[in-house]
Design a protein around this ligand. Structure first.
Ligand code: PLP
Length: 407
């Protein structure tokens, strides 16, 4: 090889020179960003083995070392056996549902019935409707906080998959994961928990027996509004392997640059979460006192219907999301409130270091029908805040500014 290379013309050498130098005994402190779309193996036989599924890298759509670092961090954080990183939270949810709906011994999903929480991120409901219900899968929604209702819905619908959010978007309802695990298992179904809002810092659904935990890594895991991604971790090898296989086929893999940013974000997740939750608790208590505010949704408030459950479940934290309803609603009033803010950004996301405001009626739940929104109490008086790491006094002053203009 070396001999032949020295004979190559300048034209050929410009293409190949400097590439493929193995890093011998030098170990970088952080995992580099592997942009290579292909990986070389020492022989045809070695490549054959790699294709067979040995733990080696072959092709960019299957994985790369930068992704592996992120997947390993989440596997450990969630207490699972494996994790798969995706290009977005929606891709992670899609594959998680397909994998959870694949019976043992089968190589393809056999979904007949999905039982989902009525309170879900709007696009998740749309995914269930447009990709599953439209294909003949029966999709039923119920209030996952009401155990009797869940029991009845399981009996009536015999679901293959049960899907919930650990803290619902945007009304911050809390579900009892341990209880749902029991009900789901008794029905022979698998439980998927979207834990985007809580992160492994508040709780770890796999350790309670959930089958898959999904995150929009765009949110708290990344945390800096600079990477879109998703991740799904599995409790069992069977479901984890199935997610990996479907990920390869559907190709919704996370890019290496984003993987590196999200891995870096995870290193400060605990610090950010604690600061953001502390700020949110102060803000929720303050909002409760404001005359312009009709109702505050925050699991840390004693009036929150699942306050006790949140206290038991979340390790003393209550999350960093706060939602509230204004006394005087209507889109125009909501817009006046948002337009008056100077610190809190009107960006349609959550979990960033920056404080964000969103209006579910025009953003996360826009695609729902008016009836679906009414059933879920998503009104034109509802404001959702994602509290950042800024000085809480500056956030409070900004909220006062918004309420005054509005009032
Ligand atoms: N799950 C929840 C709870 C979300 O809030 C979101 C997005 O806002 C998603 C999933 C989808 O994530 P992504 O936007 O990364 O696809």
């Amino acid at each position: 090889m070396q001999d032949a290379q020295s004979q190559w013309s300048l034209l050929t050498r410009l293409v190949h020179e400097g590439e493929r130098k193995p890093v011998s005994d030098v170990v970088p402190t952080t995992t580099p960003i592997y942009t290579s779309a292909t990986y070389l193996h020492p022989s045809g036989a070695a490549l054959d083995i790699a294709f067979e599924g040995a733990a080696a890298y072959v092709y960019g759509r299957y994985g790369n070392p930068t992704l592996t670092a992120l997947e390993q961090a989440i596997t450990v954080a969630e207490g699972g056996v494996s994790a798969v990183a995706f290009g977005s939270g929606m891709a992670a949810l899609h594959v998680a549902i397909l994998a959870a709906g694949t019976p043992r011994g089968q190589t393809h999903p056999q979904l007949r019935s999905i039982l989902a929480a009525r309170d879900l991120y709007g696009a998740t409901t749309t995914l269930l409707q447009e990709f599953f219900a439209s294909q003949g899968v029966q999709v039923t929604y119920c209030d996952m906080c009401d155990v009797a209702a869940v029991n009845a819905a399981i009996d009536a619908n015999n679901p293959d998959v049960v899907l919930v959010e650990s803290m619902s978007n945007p009304l911050l309802k809390i579900v009892d994961i341990a209880e749902l695990v029991q009900l789901t298992r008794a029905a022979g179904a698998r439980l998927i928990v979207d834990a985007t809002m809580t992160t492994p810092i508040l709780h770890r659904p796999l350790t309670l027996g959930a089958d898959v935990v999904v995150h929009s890594a765009t949110k708290y895991l990344g945390g800096h509004a600079d990477a879109t991604g998703g991740i799904a971790a599995a409790r069992t090898g069977l479901v984890g392997d199935t997610m990996r296989r479907y990920s390869k086929l559907l190709g919704a893999i996370l890019g290496p640059f984003e993987a590196q940013l999200i891995t870096r974000g995870i290193k400060t997740l605990a610090l950010r979460m604690r600061q953001q939750c502390a700020n949110a608790a102060i803000i929720a208590a303050w909002l409760e006192e404001q005359p312009e505010v009709a109702h505050v949704y925050y699991p840390g408030l004693t009036l929150h219907p699942q306050h006790d459950l949140a206290t038991q479940s979340f390790d003393g934290l209550f999350g960093a999301m706060v939602a509230f309803e204004l006394h005087n609603g209507g889109k125009e009033a909501l817009f006046r409130f948002v337009d008056a803010l100077q610190l809190i950004l009107p960006a349609t996301s959550l979990g960033d270091i920056y404080s964000l405001v969103s209006l579910p009626i025009i953003s996360s739940h826009r695609d729902l029908t008016p009836e679906q929104r009414a059933e879920r109490a998503i009104s034109d008086r509802l404001v959702r805040l994602s509290i950042g790491i800024e000085d809480v006094n500056d956030i409070l002053a900004d909220l006062r500014r918004g309420l005054e203009v509005k009032g």
